[in-house]
Design a protein around this ligand. Structure first.
Ligand SMILES: [Zn+2]
Length: 396
């Protein structure tokens, strides 16, 4: 098989110290995937796409799939939403392969990880208000797609006199952080330019999402993170924490996010309607179509899942091969060009699998589903989720 040469350091995850420059892709380990919704409202079409992708990828790999409720942010939680999400998923045929983990019960684990980071000198107290950080940034351009502005490092070497800690931040370095998304391709992030030293804990004791996710994924043995492309920008921060905590890196696959009529991500906050679990095939087919795999149509639920898994496996197999190869032969894979990464025997714009049932798939099933444009796709890689559903990751 033809293998392209690429720059020597592309597979390395590098940050500020020598340890960071060790290759840190996980060694061979069993596939464990997960879906981790926040119970801020019932399951909606957007979150179902991410849930379906993660479950299909786990099934296609013969792996396990876990469910985690990210209920750390009590004020934003909607009473009853966690139970509603769990019940909806069950009615749609999702089967979690272990007990559900609730983040609200895992403060001790976050505390232990936080203490390790403090002991390693990676964390410092910050007395800045949000307003002060915003003001100090007024002359610097925003370089990150997220809403967060880079922290200018005011308290890095000690808080100004008279201040008390409002939050605790983890240090980031200037070394580019390299990682690979199975769909978006190779990524390079500069945390110092994009977010700066970021918050791990607020003064009120609230743990940051980034810390909780990393601690939980590691504790649950998650090998493969499959989630919405809106979280592409969180990945570098999570990899940074994993490096500091000595955790192996998972593989990543970010799938398109659904957007509403105004172009913003479909979410509970923007009033996305809940999934109608009384019509599971309709809901599942809509999510499958959003993933570029067409519709399956009226089938018994078990058979729907079986057929959907086949489609996913067929569509993602070359990418899975790539993921394995990245791990085993990290130097031989990425061409620094616009070539599709999964070119071996796979057409660039693969046709979707034929509909299994006459009339169950519209003739234009290969067209990009409406509403999958990522509004934040201003950076290379992000755009991979916007075009006609690519079967394989592209370098750009
Ligand atoms: Zn500060």
């Amino acid at each position: 098989m033809r293998r392209a040469r690429r720059p020597p350091d592309l597979h390395r995850v590098g940050v500020a110290n020598a340890k960071y420059n060790e290759p840190m892709l996980a060694a061979e380990r069993p596939y464990v995937g997960r879906f981790a919704p926040s119970p801020t409202g019932p399951l909606h079409a957007g979150s179902l796409v991410a849930a379906l992708a993660s479950r299909l990828d786990a099934l296609a790999h013969g792996g396990r799939w876990l469910l985690r409720i990210e209920d750390l942010d009590a004020p934003r939680e909607m009473p009853g939403a966690a139970r509603a999400i769990v019940e909806t998923l069950a009615r749609l045929g999702f089967r979690n392969d272990a007990e559900i983990v609730f983040q609200s019960r895992r403060h001790d684990a976050y505390r232990q990880a936080f203490d390790r980071l403090v002991a390693g000198g990676h964390v410092y107290p910050c007395g800045c208000t949000r307003r002060e950080i915003t003001d100090s940034m007024s002359s610097r351009s925003r370089t990150f797609a997220g809403a967060e502005k880079p922290y200018p490092g005011t308290c890095r070497h000690g808080m100004p006199p008279g201040r008390s800690a409002r939050s605790w931040r983890v240090r980031v370095g200037p070394t580019p952080l390299h990682w690979v998304d199975r769909r978006a391709g190779p990524r390079v992030d500069r945390l110092d330019e994009q977010v700066g030293d970021f918050v791990l804990r607020r003064a009120d004791g609230q743990w940051a999402y980034q810390l909780a996710v990393v601690v939980d994924d590691d504790a649950q043995g998650v090998s493969d993170i499959v989630r919405g492309a809106d979280l592409l920008d969180s990945t570098a921060r999570q990899l940074h924490l994993r490096l500091l905590l000595g955790m192996p890196a998972p593989r990543h696959l970010h799938v398109p996010v659904l957007v509403g009529p105004d172009g913003s991500k479909l979410s509970k906050q923007t009033g996305a309607p809940p999934i109608d679990a009384s019509r599971p095939i309709d809901a599942l087919d809509a999510a499958l179509q959003a993933l570029g795999l067409g519709r399956i149509g009226r089938e018994p639920l078990d058979r729907w899942w079986s057929l959907a898994t086949d489609r996913w496996a067929q569509a993602e197999a070359p990418c899975s091969e790539t993921a394995r190869s990245i791990r085993d032969e990290p130097r031989a894979l990425h061409e620094p060009t616009d070539q599709p990464k999964c070119a071996a025997g796979v057409p660039d714009q693969a046709d979707p699998p034929p509909p299994k049932e006459a009339g169950s798939s519209p003739p234009d099933a290969s067209a990009p589903p409406r509403g999958t444009e990522n509004p934040n796709s201003t950076r290379p890689g992000s755009s991979a989720s916007t075009k006609t559903e690519p079967r394989c990751a592209r370098t750009n």
